[in-house]
Every structure is written in C-alpha cells, then in structure tokens.
Write a protein that binds this ligand. Structure first.
Ligand SMILES: Nc1ncnc2c1ncn2[C@@H]1O[C@H](COP(=O)(O)OP(=O)(O)OP(=O)(O)O)[C@@H](O)[C@H]1O
Ligand SMILES: O=C(O)[C@@H](O)C(=O)CO
Length: 421
C-alpha cells in the first residue's frame, strides 16, 4: 500500500514539528534524516517526513536536494506531497521557498499550489495575506532580527513574488470563512492566472476547511498546521493503516544537556529561566574563532559539573551582540563557528555517555543531529505544540527534543527534561 503523505522539510525542527502534528492526527509517521541510502521499512507508515537542512542554502542547492527527496518519495507512491517550511516563512534574501516550490511543481507536472504557513496554536496566522506572530506583523515580531533569515516583510504575496517564477494570488478570509467549497472554487479561479495562492488562516478550524479544499492538490506547501487538515481527509476516507497517536519511547538512563543556538525572543527567555536553576556555559563565537576558548575547556567544565544535574551550553544572545559578532566574522562564518562547535561538542558528549539532548533552533538542531548521525527518529509525546520527544533508534538509543526557535513556553527546557526521566 502506498504512503498517504510524502513530506520534505527544510530544517530539522520543522520536520519534527510536522511529524508531531501528523502523529497527533493519528498518522503513523516515519521521520528520516536526509534521503535514505538504504532500504526503509514503511510497511506500517501513513506518512514520511524527510528532514533536510536546506533553508539557508543557495536556491540551486536547495532545489537539487529537495528534488532528490521528491524522487525518493515518488518511488513510495505518495498520494500527496508536502513541502514544509517555517511558520514564519524564514528565508534568506535570495530565498529558496519560491524556487523549491517551482521545482517540485514542475517535477510533479502540476501548475498550482497553496502557501499556508499558519500555525494558530503557536500564534502564527495569516490575514489579508500578511503573516502575524501573535499580535505583531512578522517584520515587527523579533523575526526582523533573525541571525540568518531576517524577515522584513509580512506581506506573503510580495515575499513569494520576489522568490518564485509565477504569480501569487490571495484567498482572503471572507472566502475562507464561507467553507471548503468556496475555497476550492477560489483555487480554481486563481489557478487560471496564478501559480500559488496565499490562504488567509486565522484559526485552527480554518486549517481543516483549507485541508478539505486542498484534497485534490498533488503538492501542498506550508507550516506544520495544514497537515492536520490533510490528515483528516485521509482519516475520513478510512485510509490510515493503523490508527495511533504517538509511539512509546524507551526509558533511557544517562546525563542530559541543553544546547541552545536559537536567538529568538522565546529562546532567550527559556535560557534565562533555565539558568535560574541549572548551571550553564556560554559559547562565545569570537572566543571560539580566535582560539581563546577551546573544545577542551568545555569538556573540562562538563566533567567538573556533570554531577550537579542537567547542564546547558548556549550561544543564544541579544540582537545587538549578534550584530557585533557578525560584523567581525561575517554572517555565514559566525553561524558556522557556532554550529561546528556545537557539533564537535555533541560528538564528545556522546562519547562521554550523554543520552538526552534538548536542542533549541533549527540550524542548531541540524548541527547536533549531524554529530549524532541518526538515520531515523521515532516520534513520541508532545512536549509543547510542534515539539515532540523523539528517540534515535538503532545503535545506542538516545532521547532528543528539537525545538523550533520560538516554540514552547518559558519552562520548556525543564518540561522536556522531566519528560525524559
Ligand atoms: N552568539 C551568536 N552569534 C552569532 N550567531 C549565532 C549566535 N548564536 C547562535 N548563532 C547562530 O544563529 C543561528 C540561529 O538559527 P537557528 O535555526 O538555530 O535558530 P532559530 O532560527 O531561532 O530556530 P528555528 O529555525 O527553529 O526557528 C544559528 O546558525 C546559530 O549558529
Ligand atoms: O514552522 C515552524 O515554525 C517550525 O517548524 C520551524 O520550521 C522552525 O525552524
């Protein structure tokens, strides 16, 4: 039997976010780290999510990786395909969401898709084509200060038009509120002259209505939110292989660490809250780049403190400090220094028997996952909306939580630790 939904996610936290919502919706979901080289048992899976780390890559590289993932998914005969990007539409100045969407459409011989980043449960909504984060427009939400993908325009029609080759239209809230048939008609009308439709979405219910209206589209694009509507379509048709809501994860002994490379507004609060109770060590990019601070210093600190409880390593900093670091090292180099250091540190912590990793930030998660080299993640219970507890299976088992920058509340790290006990 074929796979119902074949997904390509442009970063690792985004992939677990999507997998978490699919699993919660009752779909057995396999999350793969990159395109697998060997055989994968999908006999019980309804959905597959391939996690890429393509969000900040140049368009041609992101397109090539996404097409490779699509080709693999096509071999599994998926009913629908999903391109998952960030609910805050994170893209660089030469954003690749448009080019990747175009390439996926072309490859599938399709001419129309929708743009639906909304995730109302986490405060992301779209109204009149403008993306909001809670009560603020995207470009006033803190996302304008993102180290790699600063978002300076909340108008998704304009952002998409600047990236993609076709025309972008809008299905406004007035139509969305009329129900699935009206939305479907709007898609049909728009598709005569447009290649993509941004769809206003202000509530969780809208995701189901939009999902229903999109059941006939081969390719969908968006955040994790829309997936609940797509899952419902399959469930209503009785297509799930085995209904289940989350996998039981193993109980695993061993130390826990928090690794935070996200500089989002929420992560800054989470880091500060964690520091009230637990010990932490800062990763200062300029000190690492100059050699003033070495991996060995961090390992000595870890060995000295590991018996005091969970520990945190963080590069998280304020927008002002990050700008200063980027001015000295360059934007790409600053991130590379932090990410490479995190990866090296994690590889050593793994050797020292750390078995529980709580990671904040999509790019940072990519670096950590690269060091731990899993091929597949088992998706467990949700710690916060869009952040499941996961287990790296095969080899020596580990628990890992990959948190998107702005997800979770202030106590997220503590909650994740408690769920790992
Ligand atoms: N002090 C710092 N100076 C410069 N760059 C930093 C610093 N701390 C972290 N970074 C870099 O900022 C980037 C943060 O991106 P990351 O994707 O990890 O977080 P995020 O964007 O908040 O999360 P998400 O993508 O899940 O929303 C990383 O590349 C990280 O290496
Ligand atoms: O959609 C989101 O906000 C997240 O899954 C994400 O992609 C953050 O990197």
């Amino acid at each position: 039997m074929s796979i119902l939904l074949g997904c390509i996610a442009d970063d690792f936290t985004g992939a677990t976010d999507l997998a978490s919502f699919l699993v919660k919706s009752g779909m057995r979901t396999v999350q793969l780290i990159g395109v697998p080289s060997g055989a994968v048992d999908l006999s019980e899976a309804d959905a597959v999510v391939i996690a890429l780390k393509s969000r900040t890559l140049p368009s041609d590289v992101a397109v090539a990786q996404s097409l490779e993932a699509l080709e693999w998914l096509k071999k599994q005969h998926c009913e629908q395909y999903y391109f998952k990007y960030c609910s805050t539409f994170d893209s660089t100045e030469n954003g690749n969401i448009g080019p990747v969407t175009d390439a996926l459409l072309d490859n599938l011989n399709e001419e129309f898709t929708i743009i639906c980043p909304s995730l109302p449960v986490n405060g992301r909504t779209v109204y009149k084509g403008h993306l909001f984060v809670n009560d603020s427009l995207l470009n006033e939400s803190g996302m304008q200060n993102h180290p790699l993908t600063p978002m300076n325009d909340a108008n998704l029609l304009r952002v998409m038009s600047s990236q993609a080759k076709g025309k972008t239209g809008l299905v406004p809230f007035e139509i969305v509120s009329q129900g699935a048939e009206s939305i479907k008609t709007a898609f049909h009308d728009l598709s005569k002259e447009h290649r993509y439709a941004v769809v206003d979405t202000v509530s969780n219910d809208d995701l189901y209505t939009i999902g229903k209206a999109s059941a006939h589209l081969k390719l969908l694009t968006g955040g994790s939110g829309l997936s609940v509507g797509l899952a419902k379509n399959f469930e209503d048709k009785g297509l799930f292989k085995i209904r289940s809501n989350s996998a039981e994860l193993s109980k695993i002994e061993g130390d826990a660490v928090v690794l935070s490379g996200s500089c989002s507004v929420m992560t800054q609060k989470q880091v500060a809250r964690f520091q009230e109770t637990f010990q932490s060590k800062k990763i200062a990019p300029l000190d690492i780049a100059s050699g003033r601070s070495t991996l060995n210093d961090f390992l000595i600190w870890f060995d000295e403190h590991r018996h005091s409880g969970a520990l945190m390593f963080y590069a998280t900093d304020t927008p002002e400090n990050i700008k200063q670091v980027q001015a000295e090292l360059g934007v790409a180099q600053a991130s590379e220094v932090v990410e490479n250091f995190m990866a090296d540190l994690v590889a050593e912590l793994d050797k020292r028997g750390v078995t529980k990793f709580i990671v904040a930030g999509g790019e940072t998660s990519g670096a950590v996952v690269k060091a731990l080299k899993p091929t597949m993640l088992k998706i467990g219970a949700s710690i916060a909306p869009g952040v499941p507890l996961t287990e790296i299976t095969g080899g020596s088992p580990k628990l890992i939580a990959l948190k998107s920058g702005n997800f979770g509340d202030q106590d997220f790290f503590k909650k994740a630790l408690e769920m790992m006990l």
